[in-house]
Every structure is written in structure tokens, then in C-alpha cells.
Design a protein around this ligand. Structure first.
Ligand code: ADP
Length: 948
């Protein structure tokens, strides 16, 4: 047995079979009649309409067979569909394809088979009409033709059945589409182009707010009357294009009037169906969709885009001065808002001042116009934070109060204008026309952003103004200087300070900087240019000091500093400033000069000068005199500190001096020794003061005076005094002694003349003695060599002792000495001998200048508790007025005739004063003409001193 082959187009064939809907369907009487005719006509056992499914053959109609299907592999029909011709098997036992087929070997014991293939309209062979018999039979050509004819009938029956099925399906889908259209609210239309009659559905009418019957009779005019007149012409053009075949469909978006009066946007699509015999268009079908919502959204989007692009333009494209920019912004905004007056106002207190205006020439309002705030719409605006929009002023509650009313304004939109967070004024737009467009979110957004931008612009301007004012206060000029590789340069910006420095305006050098260079002092110019080049090359900060010529021919120093930046075109721009430093420069030069002077003083001084760090003691600077004295050179000394030059024994004294410096800022001169480089010493007198340098570092200036010479003189003086006392005094003592003896008549009575001479000689030798003693005293005091042994003594006793000493002198002149104070124990701190010496001097003078038989009285009294005073009062002539100021000077004597008689050296009072003062006391006198003189001595009371 050979199983039937599968045809090449099997998949399409099976699809075509399925589409017939015949498989497993109910019996079809038409087909049964045809199989019955075949069974009868050929007198066979079996006649079948067999359909070849993928694995089986199913019998759509069968005569003489009980089974409804058999396997495709054993089927005869499976072979029959492989060819177009009728398959005839006259004796199955002799056919190699079928001899062992179970249908041959068993029931129905097929011997004879003839099958004609059945084709669908598309040409797929889906099965056969076949006749079967259990007897071998001969099948003629006529038999074949007949079978084929019957098979054609079956084919026709099958295909017709398919058409019916198709119609049913179509009907179902059409009603589905209709339902969808109705449900979606899509309007439909049908237009008979020959009669003009139209059909619309209910949603079509509803879109425009009507019921369909209200619009009857429905013709093309019904439509025409509802379309926006502006949109009609375009509709005709589109229709023509479609009818001419240029467009596959008619498609158009246009406006139609709603019953309520507004316009509804419609999206219409339509298509021509059929033409008359002579080619005239017959009927068009189409739909209407309401796209108003989308259209409004789109329009809003467009408006929004327009608003944003306008704002963008304002922000980035406007140029010119601030006034020009605001003016332009107002014009553009008016255009956008479709209002013809735009105003920016400033509110100052209760005054509304018009600052910028854009308005048609007919409108009488200009910048500077002022109103009272209470009388304007903005009053309301100022009370609320948002935007005020009035499209129909006539109906607004402000019509009586506003000054704009006189101008007949109808539309008014305004927004608060804030600058830097503060109310500045208002931004408003108005028009004499009623604004038809509603004030929407887009307008709100536009105004908000516009006010914001304007606020920023004004803020910048205000900042700029403030900044400019600040810059004008700056002592100097701020600038940007730009220089190209070809050498051309300019100042794109410079503050007003340039007028003072270069005597040009900022505008003058905006394009060309050369005028500035003409004013640089020519000898300084090369240095300025060189520094600019260097700064440009290294991109380093430019710095220069140079002189600029003034109108009167004088020069002023300026100092500049600027930071360079390379630009893309190869030019360089510096941002910097230039200041007049004339006064600083003058001060600097003066300082340098004074420093120079001080320096030369320092260097030329014969006294050594050293500058040391106060804490470390390191030498910081020394002058030549100190180097000469010490024998060091400067480098050496600057690595040392002062201690290295001081012998150890002076450490304590140095320490005291440093303490004094810390307390008083300076230390008094004191003597010490310095070490020379060679180790030898030399005496110095040193004094100094503390200073602080600019960094606050404590420094000590010291004057170090080499007193080697002084010491040498002192030594010589000492030696001289010793010589005088020894070499002069000793012989003089013996001379005086000898003369004294002679005068006393030791050698007997001398001749009268000799006696007189001896007396003169004796008297003068005593005077000379006194003089020498006084000289020695004064010398000793001056040299500080007088030794004082200060102890507590009873003052009364001291005075009594002094009186006793001078009594002989008084006796000689008949002058009486008397202490009139009652004895009391009053202790003083003094050197007994020196005190008596001083008091004796005063007594001696008192005696000397008393009249004969006069009286000298002494008193003791306490002065202010701390001092005791001894007064020596005489009855002499007193001290001449003009002599009083000089009375305590050395060698001073009143220029009176008797001075010489009275003898004396003029040193007594000087010595007295010196002695007493060295013992912490004081000396003074009172004298009135004719009333004698009173000299007094004050000495420290012992208890007080002890306490101190
Ligand atoms: P001298 O050795 O000349 O007295 P002093 O220094 O003691 O030197 O006195 C200086 C001068 O002061 C005297 O020459 C005298 O003119 C005047 N002088 C001093 N004491 C008296 C006094 N008690 N009365 C008047 N003149 C006096």
C-alpha cells in the first residue's frame, strides 16, 4: 500500500478547507441529493463527498456507508486530490497503491473507485466526490465526464454556501461598527451629491447642540449654514482635490456654530463612494468628531509657547539702555496681550508716578505723570498680592473713582512690581477696547514672569547705580583694560575715577586707550609698557608704580594692580584698579630721607649705639663707634648678644637696668665695663630705651659712651686734689702757724710797721686756707667723694655745738649768738660734721653781715612733720633783690662795697646747699630790706625717716 502524498500547498489548502466551515457541519440536503444522484446514476454501492482534513477524510455527505470518516493514510481520496483529473481505479487488487489497503482487504472490500477533486474558488482541492463499488468495473470516458459534472455541482454548492456565510459575517461586523460609532459619539454623514440630500446621525446633531429632527430638512445647506464662513472656502478646495483623485480622502478641521452661539471644532473625514455611468460623483460618506477640547488645549499650548518665546526674547535679545529695554518690552507685551497701553509705574509714598509708557500717540500720558494712589486702580492692586484683571471696566466697581476713566479705558490688567523684594510699583496694560479673550492661566503666567524679569532688570539697575556711586567714592579708578596682539588696546570699562587720574572720560577710552599712555610721565613709560607685556606673557598680576602728568605740568604718583585673563580671540583683558599714591609716596620719600638722616647720625655718632632684641639680648644693629670701641667687626657682633661683651661682675647692674626698662620704658645712665675683642676692658656709660618694631617685637636702643678719657681726667683731677691738699696745704699751714706765732708776739714786740705787715700776711694766709678748704670741699662734693655718715642726732645738741664753735668769731665782731628755742629732744638723720659745717657757714655769714653789737638768733621748728628747720636770723642789711637768684651759685657774691672787706670766697652757700641736699634736706632764705636776713636749713626728722 502506498500512503497518499501531502500536497505542496497543504497549509493553504487546509486553511481554505477550514474557511468553508464544512468540516464537522450538519448534513446538507443539497449535497446529499447530489451524492444520491451519483450513487443511482452509476449503480454503485457507495457515493461520498469526502473532505481531506490533515489526518482524516471526513464525509460531508455519504450514501451507502455507515462510517463518517476514515484515516487519511488509507484513503483513496487522499490520492485523488493530488491531481486535477478524476482518479479511476477499476480493480484495486491490481493497483500497487491499494491492493493491500485494509479498505480493500476488509469491509467495504473496495474493488472499484472513481473520485473527482473538489476545488474552492481559490483553486485549492479540498476533497472529492467519489463513487465506490465492491465489484471490479469498467469506467468509460462518458462516465468520467458525468462524474466531473456532478462534482462541479458539488463545488458550486460548497462555494455558494461560503458566500452566504460571508454575508452573515459582514452583516454582523457592520452592526458592530455601527454600535461602536454610535457609542463613541462619532457623527456620520452621507451626502447624495446629485440630489443634495444628506443623512446625519443623532450624534452629528448633538455635537452642535441640536436634536436631528430640529434640523430637518437635512440637505447640504443645513451643513453650509452651520460652518464658520471663514472655513468654508478651504473646505471646497479639499473636496475638489479628493474628487479629482489627488487625495485618497477628504479631511478637514473647521469650526461649526453651536446652538449656544460659540464655535465647535470639528474633524471631518469623508470618502466618495461610486460614480454615475458618466463619471459624476454620486455619494460621499463620512464622519464628524468634536475636537474642540483638543483644539483649545493646542491653542493654549501655542499661546504658552508664544508667551515663553516672547519672554525669552525680552530676557536675551533686548539691547540698549535700561529705558530702551523697558520701552521695547512694553511694546512687545502690549502686542502679545492685545492691549494698546503699557505702563510701568513707581509708587512713592501715596504718589503713583508713571515711569515708562508704551501707548499709541492719541493717548495722553507720558513718563513723569503723577496721580494720587488712592485715585487709581493700583490701590486695589496694592492691597492684594496677585493680579488685577478687568476686561469690562464699565461693569467694574471702580468706574467712578479712577482717573483712567476719563481716558475711557475698558480693559485693564495689572500686577504688582517688586524690586529686591520691595514694592516698587505696578506694571499695567490697558485698552479703550473690551478685551474679548478671557484672562487665563497663560496670561497670568506671562504677567508673573514679565513682572519678575522687570523686577530683576530694575534691581540690577538699582544695584548698578549703587555700585557706580560706590565706585565713584573709591579713591582711584576701577577698570577693565583689553589689549590685542597687534598692540591695539582699550578700556571696555572704567569708573569715573579715570577723570581724576588721566583727565579723560570713561567713554573716551572705551575704543582706544592710547590717550592714557600719552599722559604717563615719559621716563616712566617704558617700565609701564614692559610690565604690561610681562603680565600678558606670564598671565601674572600686573603691578606698577609710575608718574602721571598733570594739567599744570606737575607729576603725581599712581599705583596699579590688575589681573589678566586670556580671551578666545587672543586678546588679553585685565581687571584692576589704579590709585593716586602721591601723598603716600611723598611720605615714603620723606621717611626714606629722614631714615637716611637718622642713619647717618647713627653711623657718624661718636657714641656707640646698639640695637638689641630685648628678650634674647642679640645685637640687631650696631654703629661704627661701637665697633671701633670693641674692636669687633659688624658681622661678628651681629652673631653675639650683649652679655658676651659684659664682664660677669656687671650682671647684677644690667639686670637692674632691664627691670627699670620694663617699668619705665628707659633706663638711666649707669657705668659699667665692656670687653674688647682682645679681652681687655674699657669703661662705658650706658643708657637706653625700649621700642617696639612694626611687628611688635621688643627692641632695646642703647647709647654706649666710651668714658675711658673721662675716667682718665677724673683720675688726674683726683691726683691734682691730692697734690693740692698735700703739696699746697701743708706748707700753707706752717706759714699760717708761723705768722700766727709772730702775730702773737712770740718773737717779742715787733716794730709797728712789721706788726701791721705780719697781721695782713696772717689774715690773708688764713683766707687762703679757707679758700683751699672750700675748694677742696667743693671738688670733693662734685666728684662725689664726700663721705656721709648718716645717723640720728639730737638737733638741739648739734645747733648748740655749732653755736659754740662760732662764738669766738661773733665775739670778735661783738655779735651775740643765741638759740632761743627751748631745749627739746628732736632727732634728725644727718651726718653730724657735715651738718655742723653747713650750719657754721650760715652762722659765719650772719655774723659777718650783722652790724657791730648785733644779735644773731637761732630757732628750731618742725616743718610739716617730716622735716625740722633751723633758722639763723641776723640784723644785717639783707640781700639785694637782684642778687637773690644767684646767691647759691659757686663764687657768687653780692656786688657791694663791703664784700671785699668782709672777705669770703663765694663758695660757702654753694657748699652748704650741696651738703644739705645730699643729706635729703634743703636750704632757703627770707630777706626783707632793712630787716636782716634769715637763712634756714631743713633736715629729715629721724622718726619719719626711720618709718620710711
Ligand atoms: P662769702 O664767702 O662771700 O660769704 P657765701 O657763699 O657764704 O660767700 O656768701 C655769698 C654772698 O652772699 C656773700 O658774699 C654776701 O654778699 C651774701 N650773703 C651771704 N650771707 C649773707 C647775709 N647773712 N646777709 C647779707 N648778705 C649775705
Amino acid at each position: 500500500m502506498i500512503t497518499p502524498l501531502i500536497p505542496a500547498n497543504e497549509w493553504q489548502r487546509l486553511h481554505a478547507l477550514l474557511k468553508t466551515g464544512l468540516l464537522d457541519s450538519a448534513p446538507d440536503p443539497q449535497l446529499d441529493r447530489l451524492t444520491n444522484i451519483a450513487q443511482q446514476s452509476f449503480g454503485v454501492d457507495i457515493a461520498l463527498v469526502s473532505l481531506i482534513d490533515s489526518r482524516r477524510q471526513w464525509f460531508k455527505s455519504s450514501q451507502g456507508l455507515d462510517a463518517s470518516e476514515t484515516g487519511r493514510d488509507i484513503s483513496f481520496c487522499g490520492h485523488a486530490i493530488l491531481n486535477q483529473e478524476v482518479l479511476v481505479v477499476e480493480n484495486a487488487l491490481e493497483d500497487p497503491r491499494f491492493f493491500d489497503n485494509p479498505l480493500v482487504l476488509q469491509a467495504p472490500h473496495i474493488r472499484f473507485y472513481a473520485g473527482a477533486p473538489l476545488c474552492t474558488t481559490a483553486g485549492y482541492r479540498i476533497g472529492t466526490l467519489c463513487i465506490i463499488d465492491s465489484q471490479v468495473r469498467h469506467f468509460t470516458d462518458q462516465d468520467v465526464a458525468l462524474l466531473r459534472k456532478l462534482a462541479d455541482c458539488v463545488e458550486e454548492q460548497i462555494n455558494q454556501r461560503q458566500l452566504v456565510e460571508l454575508r452573515h459575517t459582514l452583516e454582523a461586523s457592520e452592526s458592530r461598527a455601527q454600535l461602536i460609532i454610535e457609542g463613541a459619539g462619532v457623527g456620520t454623514w452621507q451626502w447624495n451629491m446629485q440630489t443634495g440630500v444628506c443623512e446625519f446621525n443623532e450624534p452629528w446633531a448633538e455635537m452642535l447642540g441640536y436634536r436631528l429632527q430640529e434640523l430637518a430638512p437635512l440637505t447640504i445647506d443645513t451643513w453650509k449654514q452651520l460652518v464658520h464662513p471663514d472655513d468654508l472656502a478651504a473646505s471646497y478646495i479639499l473636496l475638489e482635490d479628493h474628487l479629482a483623485g489627488k487625495e485618497p480622502a477628504y479631511e478637514y478641521r473647521y469650526r461649526m456654530r453651536h446652538q449656544a452661539g460659540h464655535w465647535v471644532w470639528i474633524h471631518s473625514r469623508g470618502c466618495l463612494l461610486g460614480r454615475s455611468e458618466d463619471g459624476r460623483p454620486m455619494t460621499m460618506y463620512g464622519t464628524h468628531i468634536n475636537i474642540t477640547a483638543e483644539r483649545v488645549a493646542l491653542e493654549q499650548l501655542e499661546r504658552r509657547n508664544r508667551a515663553l518665546s516672547l519672554l525669552n526674547r525680552l530676557a536675551f535679545e533686548l539691547s540698549g539702555t535700561l529705558d530702551e529695554q523697558i520701552q521695547q518690552a512694553l511694546v512687545l507685551s502690549c502686542e502679545y496681550l492685545r492691549l494698546d497701553i503699557g505702563i510701568v509705574s513707581e509708587i512713592i509714598g501715596d504718589v503713583y508716578a508713571v515711569r515708562w509708557v508704551a501707548a499709541p500717540p492719541a493717548v495722553d500720558i507720558s513718563p513723569g505723570t503723577r496721580f494720587v494712589v488712592a485715585n487709581t486702580y493700583c490701590q486695589l492692586l496694592l492691597q492684594q498680592t496677585g493680579i488685577l484683571a478687568i476686561s469690562h471696566m464699565g461693569g467694574s466697581p471702580f468706574q467712578q473713582t479712577d482717573c483712567y476713566r476719563q481716558m475711557g479705558l475698558e480693559s485693564y490688567i495689572a500686577i504688582r512690581l517688586e524690586v529686591g523684594g520691595q514694592l516698587f510699583g505696578t506694571l499695567n496694560f490697558s485698552s479703550v477696547a473690551v478685551r474679548t479673550e478671557p484672562f487665563d492661566d497663560t496670561d497670568r503666567m506671562f504677567l508673573g514672569l514679565l513682572a519678575h524679569w522687570l523686577g530683576e532688570l530694575l534691581n540690577n539697575k538699582i544695584h548698578q547705580e549703587r555700585l557706580n556711586k560706590l565706585l565713584d567714592q573709591m579713591p582711584g579708578m576701577l577698570y577693565q583694560y583689553r589689549r590685542w596682539p597687534d598692540g591695539h588696546s582699550c578700556f571696555p570699562y572704567s569708573s569715573n575715577g579715570i577723570k581724576l587720574i588721566y583727565r579723560v572720560t570713561p567713554q573716551r577710552v572705551q575704543q582706544d586707550a592710547s590717550v592714557v599712555f600719552d599722559q604717563v610721565y615719559p621716563p616712566d613709560l617704558p617700565q609701564v609698557i614692559e610690565s604690561v607685556h610681562a603680565s600678558e606673557e606670564q598671565l601674572d598680576t600686573w603691578y606698577a608704580q609710575y608718574r602721571v602728568l598733570q594739567a599744570d605740568g606737575s607729576l603725581r604718583w599712581v599705583e596699579g594692580r590688575a589681573h589678566p585673563e586670556r580671551l578666545e580671540d587672543g586678546s588679553t583683558i585685565w581687571h584692576g584698579y589704579l590709585v593716586d599714591i602721591q601723598s603716600e609716596k611723598e611720605a615714603e620719600l620723606a621717611l626714606a630721607a629722614s631714615e637716611q638722616r637718622l642713619r647717618s647720625l647713627f653711623e657718624l655718632s661718636s657714641i656707640g649705639i646698639a640695637l638689641n632684641d630685648f628678650y634674647s639680648g642679640d645685637f640687631i644693629d650696631v654703629n661704627q663707634a661701637l665697633l671701633d670701641a670693641t674692636g669687633f667687626d659688624k658681622e661678628q657682633l651681629l652673631t653675639m648678644d650683649y652679655r658676651a661683651l659684659t664682664p660677669g661682675q656687671y650682671q647684677y647692674q644690667d639686670q637692674l637696668a632691664l627691670e627699670e626698662v620694663q617699668r619705665h620704658g628707659r633706663y638711666a645712665p649707669y657705668e659699667k665695663e665692656y670687653l674688647r675683642r682682645d679681652g681687655s676692658r674699657f669703661p662705658v656709660r650706658q643708657q637706653g630705651m625700649l621700642i617696639k618694631d612694626a611687628n611688635g617685637r621688643a627692641l632695646l636702643w642703647s647709647l654706649v659712651e666710651d668714658i675711658s678719657e673721662l675716667k682718665k681726667v677724673e683720675r688726674m683731677q683726683k691726683e691734682f686734689v691730692a697734690t693740692v691738699s698735700h703739696e699746697l696745704r701743708t706748707p700753707l699751714t706752717s706759714i699760717t702757724g708761723s705768722l700766727g706765732l709772730l702775730e702773737q708776739g712770740v718773737l717779742g714786740k715787733l716794730p709797728h710797721k712789721a706788726e701791721q705787715l705780719i697781721e695782713v700776711a696772717y689774715h690773708n694766709s688764713k683766707r687762703l686756707n679757707l679758700l683751699i678748704n672750700d675748694l677742696l670741699d667743693i671738688e670733693k662734693l662734685a666728684a662725689g667723694k664726700t663721705h656721709f655718715d648718716i645717723r640720728a642726732h639730737d638737733l638741739h645738741e648739734l645747733v648748740r655745738e655749732a653755736i659754740a664753735m662760732n662764738r669766738p668769731l661773733g665775739k670778735g665782731r661783738g655779735v651775740q649768738l643765741e638759740l632761743i628755742t627751748k631745749p627739746a629732744r628732736e632727732m634728725v638723720l644727718t651726718d653730724k660734721d657735715r651738718f655742723i659745717q653747713a650750719l657754721s657757714n650760715l652762722q659765719a655769714n650772719a655774723i659777718k653781715y650783722s652790724p657791730a653789737q648785733g644779735k644773731v638768733t637761732l630757732t628750731i621748728e618742725r616743718v610739716d612733720g617730716k622735716q625740722l628747720r633751723v633758722r639763723v636770723q641776723d640784723q644785717g642789711e639783707g640781700i639785694p633783690m637782684d642778687f637773690r637768684p644767684r646767691i647759691f651759685e659757686k663764687f657768687a657774691q653780692a656786688d657791694s662795697s663791703d664784700t671785699r672787706q668782709k672777705g669770703g670766697t663765694g663758695l660757702g652757700l654753694a657748699i652748704t646747699k650741696d651738703l644739705i641736699e645730699r643729706m635729703q634736706g634743703s636750704v632757703g632764705f627770707e630777706s626783707a630790706p632793712g630787716q636782716g636776713t634769715c637763712f634756714w636749713l631743713d633736715v629729715p626728722a629721724a622718726e619719719e625717716s626711720a618709718q620710711r
